[in-house]
Ligand binder design. Structure first.
Ligand code: OAD
Length: 252
């Protein structure tokens, strides 16, 4: 849907922008990606630290793993790509949503206001018994980042990371589909598109929408949907995209 920004004399085309991000955007801040060389899953088998079965088998190991990620998060900052996305949201008058598979808070720290965390949030904890019980989900204060065995959620069960593990439902996917289905522009940054349902969001993007993909590596796009591929790292790729959108007077 096109509307014209009332305040500006030159025609600025206001479009709904939806962005799907993955580990690649945070890689430039120093967070490890999951797959590929140096990927987290090479050092920590995914079935041990990112499945409910792994957690049942060895909760202490899983809690320590996420404590370590939380500690790393304190030492890193949002990068240029996060900052440019926040800038784009401001330019669009807020008509933009970031759907992220990342559990870090770098989009929020960069200034993005509309962020959907499909796979949970590292700075939140919840109940082991009923992870999606809103009464048990809470944000940790900086002094609490080191979760211990014996720390309790509101329902008395062991406090666990608020992370969507493999095999668990993805409660926010419906909201993400709703956003994707209203996109005029869909931007994909730094994801291998290997994990569903996130990778399937593209199929809900309207046929007339423009799709951009930023990644330094080749990415197999499900459904073969044509995309404008910017084969660069997140920050360099975002600079190129910002120039393209500005040239088209989109949200400028
Ligand atoms: P992956 O590790 O699968 O993919 C990271 C992508 O980032 C790859 O396509 C890389 O080429 C790309 N990349 C690397 N460096 C980059 C850079 N500087 N700029 C831009 N892109 C770069 O990570 P995800 O696709 O995010 O789920 O993984 C999806 C989900 O799988 C994660 O949320 C996690 C994982 O298992 C759960 O934990 C449930």
């Amino acid at each position: 849907m096109r509307k014209y920004h009332p305040k500006q004399e030159e025609e600025t085309v206001m479009k709904k922008i939806v962005v799907l991000t993955g580990a690649g955007i945070s890689a430039e801040s120093g967070m490890a990606t999951f797959r590929g060389a140096g990927g987290l899953w090479n050092n920590y088998p995914v079935e041990q630290v990112a499945t409910p079965e792994g957690y049942r088998r060895n909760p202490g190991l899983v809690i320590r793993f996420y404590n370590e990620l939380r500690r790393q998060l304190q030492d890193i900052q949002p990068n240029g790509a996060h900052l440019m996305l926040a800038e784009l949201e401001r330019r669009c008058g807020g008509n933009m949503t970031v759907v992220t598979q990342n559990v870090d808070d770098l989009h929020e720290r960069a200034g993005s206001r509309h962020v959907i965390h499909l796979h949970g949030e590292l700075l939140k904890v919840t109940s082991s018994r009923d992870p999606n019980n809103p009464a048990c989900i809470r944000t940790l204060k900086p002094g609490e980042y080191e979760v211990k065995m014996g720390d309790r959620a509101a329902d008395g069960s062991q406090l666990r990371p608020f992370i969507v593990w493999f095999g668990e439902p993805v409660p926010l996917i419906e909201q993400a589909i709703e956003e994707a289905s209203r996109a005029d522009i869909f931007i994909i940054i730094g994801t291998s598109l290997a994990v569903y349902p996130a990778a399937g969001l593209l199929q809900y993007v309207p046929a007339g929408a423009e799709v951009y993909l930023i990644d330094p590596e080749e990415v197999a796009v499900p459904s073969g949907r044509p995309v404008r591929f910017i084969r660069k790292g997140a920050t360099e790729g975002m600079k190129e995209l910002m120039n393209l959108l500005t040239a088209q007077k989109i949200c400028s």
